[in-house]
Write a protein that binds this ligand. Structure first.
Ligand code: AMP
Ligand code: MG
Length: 322
């Protein structure tokens, strides 16, 4: 009799636990436009906690957006030196790290080249060899000097552009805030640069990888938990010059925009900053050197889609495939 009582009690507790899990498993979704992109947070959290996560993304934007002339990065670019906040310093330090491991393919000193290509887009022409040479002379991550909080750009006319890493960094900062609030399950997505914390409403987070040419199709689904994911694609932003597509990602070695190969690069990494920077860097390296690099980095996987829908995957990519 006593045994039966315990069993009934046990079943009741189990039932209660399952029931309370269902009641608590409330995911809230919110979207805001920040950093010129759609930022979505889906989290098992309160409205207020999600708001705090958005606030830190806005903070990163206010420091690093170079369209805003008052941002720290704009002042640094204008004056060639500036005492910067710990956040911008961290992004610059991490960027230099990614420049080193990608042998310069990822380089935030591409600012002058980005401007040159923007101008070419407006003027609908290609740069002259002279324009390319002059602009390239301003691009070199080794000419960023850091002394405590001070950042110096060693050559006049140098400009930093953190567009290839800042969204991933902002995502990681938002996840940090959510974790501090005790949130266990969330997805923070800043226009394709994201972090999947814990699990979603139905188990591991599932992420579809966009077909680089057919906007309503996907080329695969991955299932992840506690991972950063980023995709760099030539389809998102590009310049059309004389009927040809020039991608917004530039090869710092040649000054030319990266064309045709690859069409998209998706990276899975331990954090969103790494995924974002490597997606941009591997885009420049191309499929062969790109996959070689990924296979040498512990905890990093990648998939590259090239012209003709040729797909290459890193060694353990399949472990995340759904
Ligand atoms: P993403 O969409 O993350 O690949 O970032 C692309 C953006 O990064 C561009 O719009 C530029 O602002 C910047 N960028 C372009 N080429 C490079 C490069 N080789 N290394 C670092 N950032 C780059
Ligand atoms: Mg990137």
């Amino acid at each position: 009799m006593r045994k039966i009582k315990y069993i009934v009690f046990g079943i009741l507790i189990l039932f209660f636990l399952l029931w309370s899990r269902c009641v608590n498993a409330k995911f809230i979704t919110q979207t805001q436009i920040i950093m010129s992109t759609e930022v979505t947070i889906i989290a098992e959290a309160s409205f207020e906690d999600i708001q705090k996560a958005f606030d830190v993304i806005k903070k990163v934007d206010s420091l690093m957006n170079d369209y805003n002339p008052q941002s720290e990065i704009s002042v640094l670019n204008r004056e060639g030196k500036k005492e910067v906040s710990p956040m911008l310093r961290e992004v610059i330090l991490k960027s230099i790290h990614f420049s080193r491991i990608t042998e310069g393919a990822f380089d935030i000193t591409v600012g002058p080249l980005v401007r040159l290509w923007q101008r070419m887009g407006y003027e609908r022409r290609l740069p002259t060899p002279r324009e390319l040479k002059d602009t390239l002379s301003l691009v070199d991550y080794q000419k960023i000097r850091i002394n405590g909080k001070m950042i110096f750009l060693e050559k006049k006319g140098m400009r930093l552009d953190v567009g290839g890493i800042a969204k991933g960094y902002a995502v990681d900062k938002a996840v940090e805030v959510l974790k501090k609030m005790g949130v266990k399950n969330a997805l923070v997505n800043a226009g394709g640069d994201m972090y999947c914390l814990g699990e979603g409403p139905h188990g591991k987070w599932r992420v579809g990888i966009q077909h680089p040419r057919k906007m309503n199709e996907i080329v695969g689904i991955i299932e992840v938990k506690d991972k950063g994911i980023a995709t760099s694609g030539d389809y998102r932003r590009y310049y059309m010059i004389r009927g040809k597509r020039y991608s917004h990602i530039i090869n710092p070695a040649t000054g030319w925009t990266v064309q045709d190969i690859p069409m998209s690069v998706t990276i899975i990494a331990p954090d969103a900053t790494t995924a974002d920077a490597l997606a941009t860097g591997v885009f420049v390296l191309g499929p062969k050197r790109g996959i070689e690099l990924i296979n040498n980095l512990p905890g990093v996987e990648g998939m590259i889609v090239s012209e003709g829908m040729q797909i290459v995957k890193s060694r353990d990519w399949h472990k995340f495939e759904h």
